[in-house]
Unconditional design. Structure first.
Length: 254
């Protein structure tokens, strides 16, 4: 029996809706780009005679206060979002992208979705800096940060506002997207305050989730990303009705 025939798989990935893999979607291309960068960097690292702990792409693109802020290497606010420390790190983030990206992209359209995603990732880096500067987060300016998870948390929070009652499997347990978003944000806040494992990454999760919530409540903030023209009110209203009136739970469990 293949995985697509199993009951739990059919319940967690619907056809043509939540978690749907569309060839030309921004979500699909973000996944492809992240995967390609990870494996290219791994191959370059193997051929690197110097023997650094990081591959050359990670060394060029990771985020830290020392490099991005004090060194004025501002590209790192974006590039760190496409870098991952391990295959498990990559896999976890790409599963989140696959599950939550399509529903948020359907809400915003491709251009505004891409702006939403990158801005949430950038907000993760800013939140990390603010918490470190206020000494809530115990870290050093040289500490590197990589990963797409700040943007993924933005997608999670947005998906929770669009389809809060749809269920996904968290490890072996079914949980609604709304509950998963609340638990994820609470766990991130606790890890930062308690200086738990990966507290810096959890600070990024908080920033991405907070901005994701703000952008969902103020979607006009993303209008700058539309082809140089104002995003018409009628178009927004049509998209809003199509997304919010859809019964995602039926599509999800079909």
């Amino acid at each position: 029996m293949g995985i697509n025939d199993r009951d739990y798989y059919r319940q967690s990935l619907p056809r043509g809706g939540f978690g749907h893999f569309s060839t030309w979607s921004v979500t699909t291309w973000l996944i492809i780009i992240n995967v390609l960068i990870f494996f290219i960097d791994a191959m370059l690292k193997r051929s690197d005679a110097v023997g650094f702990d990081m591959g050359p792409l990670q060394r060029w693109g990771y985020f830290s206060a020392t490099k991005a802020v004090f060194g004025l290497q501002i590209w790192r606010f974006i590039t760190f979002q496409f870098l991952h420390a391990s295959i498990g790190h990559l896999l976890g983030n790409m599963i989140g992208m696959f599950l939550f990206g399509p529903i948020v992209e359907a809400q915003f359209g491709s251009r505004r979705f891409l702006a939403f995603y990158l801005m949430c990732g950038l907000a993760g880096a800013v939140c990390y800096l603010l918490l470190a500067a206020s000494h809530v987060l115990m870290t050093t300016p040289e500490t590197p940060m990589v990963g797409a998870s700040a943007g993924i948390f933005g997608l999670l929070v947005a998906a929770a506002l669009i389809a809060p009652h749809v269920e996904v499997f968290y490890y072996l347990f079914p949980v609604t997207i709304g509950m998963l978003a609340v638990l994820g944000m609470l766990m991130a806040a606790y890890a930062v305050v308690a200086t738990g494992p990966n507290a810096g990454g959890e600070a990024g999760h908080l920033g991405g989730g907070i901005l994701g919530f703000a952008l969902m409540k103020n979607q006009h903030w993303l209008n700058f990303a539309t082809r140089g023209r104002a995003y018409s009110r009628s178009a927004r209203q049509r998209r809003h009705r199509r997304i919010f009136q859809k019964d995602w739970s039926k599509d999800f469990n079909r």
